[in-house]
Design a protein around this ligand. Structure first.
Ligand SMILES: Cc1cc2nc3c(=O)[nH]c(=O)nc-3n(C[C@H](O)[C@H](O)[C@H](O)COP(=O)(O)OP(=O)(O)OC[C@H]3O[C@@H](n4cnc5c(N)ncnc54)[C@H](O)[C@@H]3O)c2cc1C
Length: 496
């Protein structure tokens, strides 16, 4: 008999939800996690009196108790909802361009339209029509995904817009570049600039966040990861922390188990990998067990950027600095044609778009009384950071952090004076803690050619091996948690 039915490699969102679902259904499951805490990106860390949220800015898919979204239903089935509290955020985001633009979009369809029409009265009708399209398109998209073989002609909007970039559609509807920059700013949560990003993702983002509202988790995403892990343990699951997987054992085209980084050989009938797809197939399995065609297909994809994040603990409440939106996108200018894409490939953060989040706006108890925390994120590819000599690393990281803080001061001038704790994460930090190539935080990039219409078939080239997480699902909490459930479902179906 094998040691376990299933070994799950990695305790990120995908790994945890797969493991908990399998354990709940009576399977003997072991998780191997290289880090010393569960969650992957969905974690926190402490500095001084602050517990900093690593990743989660806006959680999608929750909906309400009366009208639960897919994620709420899934967490309910895992039995973790009672342990968690969610706070609905009233706004989508504030979009700010120094001296040119300052609008806050509420998480409400009529409200978004009204705010934009007030600021851009000359394009009133176009604004109305754009959001009509976003909604109608998202509905067609979800209908099509559920029933792709529906009669030809059933999806006229998909036929017209599925292969357009977000920029194509913003250009079609709007003339004022400042207006285009407002909805365009949401690209910061997907990782590709509007000129490269499939319109489908922008539409999905607006539709789901407006319909189901962006949420914050009390206690941060670590609370969610802990709750899923506790459910897993309560169903008899086992986890080893500080214990990476070094090899996935394959015999006659089927998994046989895993060798840990400590050299232990543990056998299992199934393996679920939450590590990156590249790591899984190139390093953990090895080319000799995988058909070349699989690598040829993967070669056509590109890795998403990593992040450069500045985590700041502040000695006052948000209102004292004038912060009244949970998320502020600070844009250097109105460009949506790819200038920011080029900036993701350089070290400097001067003139980058900064996604600024202050969790205490929605949840005043998030930080200690009288304090709050903010996270400044810009997206960066890992390569320039890999070229920094070790002796210059600290200098470069604080220089780049300083440039981002200067961007923030353009919106919140008192920010620097209230800083009490600062920690900085570069792409190398994400490489270290997530184990992803180049520190990628969003898996493979979602170019039009790689958008959801062209997803690779999910047939595993190795019997008994399943993938979960951001490299097989779309990026984000909701999709990665769902991907773990799907991987578990596939195993349970095989078990009959
Ligand atoms: C700064 C930032 C901001 C974000 N903001 C948002 C947001 O606002 N909303 C949203 O929905 N999403 C957001 N995301 C994206 C979201 O966090 C990720 O898509 C999601 O958490 C990825 O989950 P995953 O299942 O792919 O696992 P990951 O988080 O990638 O975790 C993988 C785990 O596998 C482990 N591992 C890897 N290799 C091995 C090995 N060989 N052996 C053992 N363990 C291994 C790692 O240690 C890690 O714990 C953000 C991400 C970041 C980094």
């Amino acid at each position: 008999m094998q040691d376990y039915d299933v070994i799950v490699i990695g305790a990120g969102n995908g790994g945890l939800s797969a493991a908990a679902t399998l354990a709940q259904n009576g399977m003997r499951v072991l998780i191997l996690e290289r880090h010393n805490i569960p969650g992957g990106s969905a974690t926190s860390f402490c500095r001084g009196r602050f517990e900093f949220e690593v990743a989660l800015h806006q959680l999608s898919g929750m909906g309400t108790t009366e009208q639960p979204g897919p994620l709420r239903s899934m967490l309910g089935r895992l039995g973790v909802l009672e342990e968690l509290s969610f706070v609905e955020m009233p706004d989508l985001y504030r979009a700010f361009i120094p001296g040119k633009l300052d609008v806050t979009l509420p998480a409400d369809r009529a409200g978004v339209i009204e705010i934009l029409q007030e600021r851009f009265p000359g394009e009133k009708e176009a604004i109305q029509k754009f959001f009509e399209l976003v909604y109608a398109y998202a509905v067609e998209l979800y209908t099509c995904l559920r029933n792709p073989s529906a009669a030809q002609g059933a999806f006229p909007l998909l036929q017209r817009y599925a292969f357009k970039s977000a920029k194509d559609v913003l250009d079609e509807f709007f003339t004022d570049p400042l207006l285009k920059a407002v909805p365009g700013a949401y690209w910061g949560f997907i990782g590709l600039t509007p000129d490269r990003l499939s319109f489908s993702y922008l539409a999905i983002l607006f539709f789901t966040y407006i319909e189901m509202k962006p949420c914050h988790i009390k206690g941060g995403s670590q609370a969610l990861s802990n709750a899923i892990l506790n459910a897993f343990l309560a169903h008899g699951g086992r986890i080893r922390f500080n214990c990476g997987a070094r090899k996935i054992l394959v015999e006659n085209g089927a998994v046989r188990g895993v060798i840990t980084e400590d050299g232990d050989e543990i056998t299992s009938r199934f393996v679920v990998s939450n590590a990156s797809k590249i790591t899984t197939f190139v390093d953990l399995i090895g080319r000799e067990h995988i058909p070349q065609k699989f690598f040829d297909d993967m070669r056509g994809l590109s890795q998403s950027p990593s992040g450069f994040c500045v985590y700041v603990g502040l000695d006052c409440e948000p209102a004292e600095m004038g912060i009244d939106a949970s998320t502020t996108f600070i844009l250097p200018d109105e460009d949506i044609s790819g200038k920011q894409f080029k900036r993701m490939k350089v070290l400097d953060t001067e003139n980058d778009m900064v996604a600024f989040s202050c969790y205490d706006v929605a949840d005043p108890e998030f930080s200690p009384p009288g304090a709050c925390q903010a996270v400044l994120v810009t997206l960066k590819y890992g390569e320039p950071w890999m070229r920094v000599p070790p002796a210059q690393y600290a200098h470069e990281k604080y220089r780049c952090a300083d440039a981002m803080i200067r961007q923030v001061e353009k919106v919140y001038p008192d920010f620097r004076g209230h800083m009490e704790e600062v920690e900085v994460a570069t792409p190398l930090t994400f490489m270290r803690y997530l184990g992803t190539p180049g520190g990628s935080i969003y898996g493979f990039e979602q170019y039009m050619k790689d958008s959801l219409f062209f997803e690779q078939p999910r047939v595993s080239p190795v019997k008994g091996l399943f993938m979960a997480g951001g490299w097989v699902a779309n990026c984000g909490f909701e999709p990665t948690l769902m991907s773990g459930k799907s991987a578990a479902g596939a195993i349970l179906r095989m078990e009959g």
